[in-house]
Ligand binder design. Structure first.
Ligand code: DHB
Length: 305
């Protein structure tokens, strides 16, 4: 633990500003523990649904120079078994947990939120923005300010946990959507979910690499978009932001912070470099703080709007 990296978020204090975002690692309590042992301050569960989901058929991930595509198809053990893993995690670790939930309507979101409310997780995240289930569920909810408002409001009335709305970058105007989340009572935002979806082709097989054809894009190529959206939202909306999108170094993390993030997610870099990436990024943030004479990340000024 390093005092320069201590961070406050929604009234709680954490040892590290780094977050394991939803869906990156499997849902077992031991994977979540691995992230904490290696330097994450907070872990997010996979997006849990009412019933278990097998997800899409593999291959579900494909790397390219700029990052990665993934089309997991919301594979998860379902809310009941997912929460059992969280409780198991909590028996051994004091680190805070965000439970991510996914549904397609307010009633199902409320049903999930009621269960999370009874758990020992600290925060609830609404995945309003999975890009890979168009065929099954249609356009993501995060494309509609009205739907975002209804769902956030319904969930806020159901739970006493702070609610984080995870928004999509795949919209023409994100500000009205973030404003809807705020008006409905969201406590924080998580930005950004994956971009696209996009496609990669296996030229010898003459077919898309992903069995699902398309997948959400993440990694270094999305970082400039994440920074821009976080910066814009931070300058207009007074909600804390979990900034995620292509972070793989201390420099990237400081950029996220300066753009307006209060916590910083590291996802795709784990796939590429391994779980130890959290420790590397922490070390690099500390070096930046020492070099620039800041005694805490929290004292590094955000960019002016
Ligand atoms: C999936 C869900 C997401 O929210 C995302 O950004 C990418 C993939 C999925 O489960 O397919």
């Amino acid at each position: 633990m390093h005092k320069r990296l201590k961070i406050k978020f929604l009234g709680l204090e954490f040892d590290s500003p780094l977050v394991l975002p939803a869906g990156v690692m499997d849902m077992s309590f031991s994977s979540l523990q691995e992230a904490i042992i290696n330097g994450a301050g907070i872990v997010t569960s996979k997006s849990l649904t009412i019933e278990p989901r097998a997800g899409h058929q593999g291959p579900v991930v494909a790397e390219f120079e700029g990052g990665m595509l993934n089309a997991m198809g919301l594979c998860n053990p379902g809310i009941d078994d997912g929460l059992k893993e969280i409780e198991q995690f909590k028996k051994n670790f004091a680190a805070p947990v965000i439970v991510s939930i996914f549904a397609t309507n307010a009633n199902d979101f409320m049903q999930l939120a009621k269960k999370v409310d009874l758990s020992s997780a600290e925060f609830l995240e609404l995945n309003l923005s999975c890009p890979n289930v168009f065929d099954e569920f249609g356009i993501p909810l995060a494309a509609s300010p009205q739907q975002v408002f209804e769902i956030v409001k319904a969930v806020k009335e159901t739970t006493s946990k702070p609610v984080i709305a995870k928004l999509s970058p795949n919209v023409h105007a994100i500000i009205p959507i973030a404003e809807s989340a705020q008006k409905a009572g969201a406590d924080a935002l998580c930005l950004i979910n994956t971009l696209g979806p996009g496609m990669l082709i296996d030229t010898r097989m003459r077919k898309p690499i992903l069995t699902n054809k398309f997948g959400g894009m993440s990694g270094p190529c999305v970082k400039p978009i994440a920074l821009k959206l976080i910066y814009e939202i931070h300058s207009k909306i007074e909600l804390p932001i979990i900034g995620t999108g292509g972070v793989q170094s201390g420099e990237d993390a400081v950029e996220m912070w300066m753009a307006g993030a209060s916590l910083i997610g590291v996802g795709t870099a784990i796939q590429h470099y391994g779980i130890n990436i959290f420790s590397k990024i922490k070390q690099e943030i500390i070096l930046f703080l020492e070099e620039q004479n800041y005694d805490s990340l929290m004292n590094v000024p955000k960019l002016e709007s």
